[in-house]
Design a protein around this ligand. Structure first.
Ligand code: SF4
Length: 363
């Protein structure tokens, strides 16, 4: 058994247990349908964040995923039984010219949609639409003051961000309240369907001191949660000594959690236990149409790329020999560069699914 305690596996990683059948298929040498597809609709961004890996990767190569191609791929997702689409980047998703139409199309196909954004381009119309149609919206917060935000994001947009978040929260409580009222009138179970709105804080040498301050601000703004993690593989990555000090600030941030607001995350480096066997659950398609095993491909594009959706259909790529070959060739050392959520999920999946210690077929 692995030398990582199950007690240390975070709650989020427990979701892997819902992928029991997918993992069984992988163990049987078959490619399961992905549970979540991650989409980079845009390589273009209106910000220039310090330490952003995408920014360096897409330099001089601005691009949006073609809208009709996106629709073809989403049709394939729906037919195969993909459940969720995560729109991230790449670039900033709200720069994508047909972002509303794209999300509406995905929703029309019965897919659940979540999005990561820097939140600075939100309008009233967009905010209302996103709150109604997304399962979650996670916004890059990254600072507790306007000065630090500008140093990290390269733009003087902190006030705009806070104002936009307040607008989102206002729509969320308005729409949530309306749904609750109509549900109560019908005497049926409440169907809130409104997005959870959270903040994402990437901890680096530039902002670790402000984590607790930002967590407080996010709570005052009315967000549902703040999630933090450490920036890796960058000249702004915290050294071990600073990491210890940052951990104290992180605890102050966690202590702000209450029943309506959660602060969670870890600054500890995760590490893979053996070769990855979970990546088929959450692959990525980028704005150039390239499909990768997972979102952590920046440092190994050639070995992680399994095809391009402008050249072949999604099922052709997914069930190709190239995919199986790339799946078999992942290297733990390369996976260890970033804090992949599957590192911790794999501990649980090995103990409960691969070794089947808990007999999940029986309740
Ligand atoms: S980084 Fe490695 S462990 Fe994480 S999903 Fe990708 S291949 Fe798997």
């Amino acid at each position: 058994m692995d030398n990582v305690s199950l007690d240390k596996v975070p709650i989020g990683a427990m979701k892997i247990l819902s992928c029991y059948h997918e993992v069984q298929q992988i163990l049987a040498g078959k490619m399961p349908v992905p549970r979540t597809m991650e989409f980079f609709l845009s390589n273009v961004c209106n910000h220039a964040c310090a330490g952003c890996h995408s920014r360096y990767m897409h330099k001089n190569e601005d691009r949006f995923l073609d809208f009709d191609t996106m629709k073809d791929v989403v049709n394939d997702f729906a037919e195969l039984g993909v459940e969720g689409v995560e729109i991230s980047g790449g670039g900033e998703p709200l720069v994508y010219p047909q972002i509303i139409q794209a999300i509406a199309f995905m929703r029309g196909k019965g897919l659940k949609v979540g999005m990561f954004s820097n939140g600075t381009l939100l309008t009233d119309e967009l905010s209302e639409f996103l709150v109604q149609n997304l399962l979650f919206l996670r916004i890059a917060f990254d600072a507790g003051t306007a000065g630090t935000y500008k140093k990290i994001h390269g733009r003087d947009d902190f006030e705009t961000l806070i104002k936009n978040l307040e607008t989102l929260v206002r729509y969320k409580s308005k729409i949530g309240g309306e749904k609750k009222a109509s549900s109560e009138r019908r005497q049926t179970k409440a169907q809130f369907g409104t997005a959870t709105i959270g903040a994402k804080y990437l901890v680096s040498t530039k902002n670790w001191q402000e984590l607790a301050k930002a967590a407080e601000l996010a709570r005052e703004t009315g967000l549902d949660y703040l999630q933090f993690k450490a920036l890796r593989a960058s000249k702004f990555t915290l050294d071990d000594e600073t990491l210890k000090q940052a951990e104290e600030v992180a605890q102050q941030a966690r202590d702000l959690s209450d029943k309506n607001y959660q602060v969670f995350g870890s600054l500890e480096k995760t590490r893979p236990i053996g070769r990855c066997f979970l990546n088929p659950i959450h692959p990525v398609i980028d704005a150039k149409g390239d499909m990768y095993l997972c979102a952590f491909f920046h440092h190994r594009k050639d070995t992680h790329k399994i095809g391009n959706i402008y050249e072949k259909s999604f099922p052709e790529i997914w069930y190709s020999e190239r995919h199986y070959e790339a799946f078999r060739s992942t290297r733990p050392k390369e996976c260890a560069v970033f804090d992949c959520p599957f590192h911790e999920a794999a501990v649980l999946a090995r103990a409960w699914i691969v070794q089947n210690e808990k007999h999940l077929e029986f309740i």
